[in-house]
Design a protein around this ligand. Structure first.
Ligand SMILES: Cc1cc2nc3c(=O)[nH]c(=O)nc-3n(C[C@H](O)[C@H](O)[C@H](O)COP(=O)(O)O)c2cc1C
Ligand SMILES: Nc1ncnc2c1ncn2[C@@H]1O[C@H](COP(=O)(O)OP(=O)(O)O)[C@@H](O)[C@H]1O
Length: 348
């Protein structure tokens, strides 16, 4: 997938899903998938082809700008409409409040999720004063049509854009149609009567309602990070734990103990996760001070330091407790592991 924050290097013409898409949840997927599924025979409305000078191909979860320039020219095809997600960076709310937001899908995870849906390009519009001041008409004309040569646009029905968030999805439809461009407006999606939204997923995660969060997401919530050193106490109680270093902006669920599946690409094919237990918390038993995320892989041993480990959350098991001794903690972790094995075996 091609990732760019520079409009001059965007691949055009485009079919665009427009929005913030934090979480890439089931509602977001309803907006993005029609773009991906757009018929291959769809005729481009225009064929102007500026050749990009910079590149940022992302073939795995790492966002980088290190690939070969020749790759762009290889796939550039004047009859091809690039299936594109256009989003804002930083999030407009972050720009206006100056406060960083915790994210369900930090950039690397968002890229991976969109890529797995079949998106070919992610355009990260730098959200600055100039962009914030564009009227809805100017935003559509300058950004979507002139710069990105949009042929087709998909948005959620609650999408707002342009100066002061004055533009609605109906305005987008009216403006775009004056240029002969169709807008697909997706109604709000619900799941068992509840609206699917990033806020509902955050709320469920904060309550430890993992099944509900996963249902709204359409997949299991994941945490992904590099394995770093801890206090090396785990091995002394026969429960070594891989300590995950997460992006600082990653949204964390309620603290406590979870039943998870662990994926490490260097160890197992992605299809074969390793059952595991995880603790998110301050570890009061050992007088820990900061929140850590630690994973013990069941019936497994090996060296994980420096590797990237991803865990998918399956069940919340219990809140974190302060035990009188390491031995008491060890007995509880044994019990947690037994419950996790049962839960994961039943589900498989
Ligand atoms: C499944 C599981 C459950 C845990 N539960 C608790 C707990 O209830 N209270 C606590 O203080 N620490 C808990 N921990 C964290 C341990 O205190 C921690 O893994 C141990 O101190 C070793 O950490 P280290 O190897 O990073 O030094 C748990 C860890 C795991 C893997
Ligand atoms: N089953 C396992 N689950 C997690 N880590 C394991 C396991 N077996 C071995 N390890 C290794 O042990 C390390 C954790 O040991 P631990 O004593 O808890 O040290 P630390 O405090 O540095 O995490 C992991 O980072 C990994 O390299």
């Amino acid at each position: 997938m091609w990732v760019t924050s520079d409009l001059e290097t965007a691949l055009t013409p485009t079919a665009i899903a427009l929005g913030n898409f934090d979480g890439v949840h089931r509602g977001h997927q309803q907006v993005v998938v029609p773009v991906v599924n757009l018929s291959k025979t769809y005729e481009p409305l225009n064929v102007a082809l500026p050749v990009p000078e910079q590149q940022g191909w992302v073939d795995d979860v790492t966002v980088s700008a290190s690939q070969e320039a020749s790759e762009i020219t290889t796939i550039k095809d004047k009859n091809h409409i690039y299936k594109t997600v256009v989003t804002f960076n930083p999030h407009p709310q972050e720009f206006f409040t100056g406060q960083a937001r915790k994210l369900l899908t930090p950039m690397a995870e968002k890229v991976e999720q969109l890529r797995s849906l079949g998106v070919e390009q992610l355009v990260l519009l730098p959200f600055d004063r100039e962009l914030a001041d564009l009227s809805p008409q100017q935003f559509v004309e300058k950004i979507l049509i002139e710069e990105l040569q949009a042929n087709w646009i998909s948005v959620g029905c609650d999408f707002r854009f342009g100066k002061g968030r004055t533009g609605t999805s109906a305005d987008l439809q009216a403006i775009a149609s004056s240029f002969g461009i169709n807008v697909n407006t997706v109604p709000l999606q619900t799941c068992q009567g509840e609206r699917i939204s990033s806020s509902a997923i955050r709320e469920a995660l904060l309550q430890g309602e993992i099944t509900q969060a996963n249902r709204l997401l359409g997949r299991a919530y994941t945490l992904s990070g590099k394995v770093v050193q801890g206090k090396q106490l785990g091995r002394t109680i026969n429960f070594p734990t891989a300590n995950l270093e997460l992006p600082p902006e990653k949204f964390l669920p309620q603290t406590g103990v979870y039943c998870v599946r662990a994926y490490a690409s260097h160890l197992t094919p992605l299809a074969s996760p390793i059952p595991a237990v995880m603790n998110i918390g301050k570890r009061p038993t050992v007088n820990g001070s900061s929140v850590t995320v630690e994973v013990h892989l069941l019936d497994w041993s090996g060296d994980l330091y420096g590797q990237t480990l991803t865990v998918s959350l399956e069940h919340f098991l219990r809140p974190e407790q302060k035990f009188d001794s390491l031995n008491a903690l060890k007995e509880q972790i044994q019990a947690d592991a037994a419950v996790a094995k049962t839960l994961l075996t039943i589900k498989q």
